[in-house]
Design a protein around this ligand. Sequence first.
Ligand SMILES: Nc1nc2c(ncn2[C@@H]2O[C@H](COP(=O)(O)OP(=O)(O)OP(=O)(O)O)[C@@H](O)[C@H]2O)c(=O)[nH]1
Ligand SMILES: [Mg+2]
Length: 364
Amino acid sequence: MENTLLVAVELPGEDIETSLDELNELVKAAGGKVVASVVQKRDKIDAKFFIGSGKVEEIKDISKKTDIDLIVFNNELSPAQLRNLEEAIEIKIIDRTMLILDIFSKRAVTKEGKLQVELAQLKYILPRLTGMRDYLSREGGGIGTRGPGEQKLEIDRRHIQKKINTIEIKLKQIEKEREIKRNKRNSSNLPVVALVGYTNSGKSTILNNIIRKHSSKDKSVYAKDMLFATLDTAHRKARLENGDEVIFVDTVGFVSNLPTKLVEAFKSTLEEIKYADLLVHVIDISNKNIDLQIKTTMDIIKDLGANQIPIINVFNKTDKVSNNDILVNLENIGEKIYISALDDKDISYLLNVITERLKDIKSI
Ligand SMILES: Nc1nc2c(ncn2[C@@H]2O[C@H](COP(=O)(O)OP(=O)(O)OP(=O)(O)O)[C@@H](O)[C@H]2O)c(=O)[nH]1
Ligand SMILES: [Mg+2]
């Protein structure tokens, strides 16, 4: 397990604690252990080192005294910043983007998922090779050095470019297959309900509890208490109380500052959301960063062009909070309901709300 030092800059008006909490979770998800963190208050970031040069010295000091294997910056570093920091500190340094890419590469299961992650990683590495080459080539390099399936990431510039091209061609082909499948689903005319929301909010658990009682043959999806348990979209058919059939789509969870390269690479997967008739936005009511999580999800839905689709906001995990905490006052969020995915009655209630909404949608 890599001993990790977190580094963040607190700009005016920023809530750094929330964001560091999340970075901590991300490091854990990647298999590392946070041993210390350094926060610097600044008015703006430093072009050369991201942090001030005094802080660079301080970090050098800490890493000499403490057993640190890895330094993780809370924001995306420019290629020059990464290179300068690597030269000055001489410890493996990665940023939030690389960390998230690393977690995704560990979680990717399907051929498409693996290709999408590798594409994002290679595109990220290419302009940063000089700063990263050293630790990328190290044996057993750990967090930030692995591609999907634990394979070593390519470090030869020409090979990387070639690989990017090959992967893009392969992904286009898979996208076509995805489109054919989607058209087939559309022609069946069944309504499509997509579960969307922040990572770990309970989307897959809700889907599993729906299909357990409302589907004769469909198999369960992977649900677990970790960030990004789901990477690939899954479709499952279920029968509502009134006999109607519905297709549920389970999707990859979101995180704040999701790297743009990753969003680009996962575009075709994420776009499945756009083809839904109804969105079920799952929110973890027990999470203390609930505001950030709701905002992040709403922003991504908007970016994907899916904000015209009717949405039900489902505050999940009510069993983990007391009644007082449930009185969150969120304006402009639209229809909301409160459930615990672990409670069968609540799942039936959710299905009833979905049934009603689908009736409205059909009648428009
Ligand atoms: N106590 C409690 N735990 C829940 C509830 N719903 C989900 N969980 C737990 O929360 C964790 C995450 O659940 P998932 O269903 O994997 O979450 P997800 O939204 O699919 O997460 P990603 O796939 O990472 O986006 C699991 O450990 C679930 O058992 C709930 O209503 N109450
Ligand atoms: Mg999931």
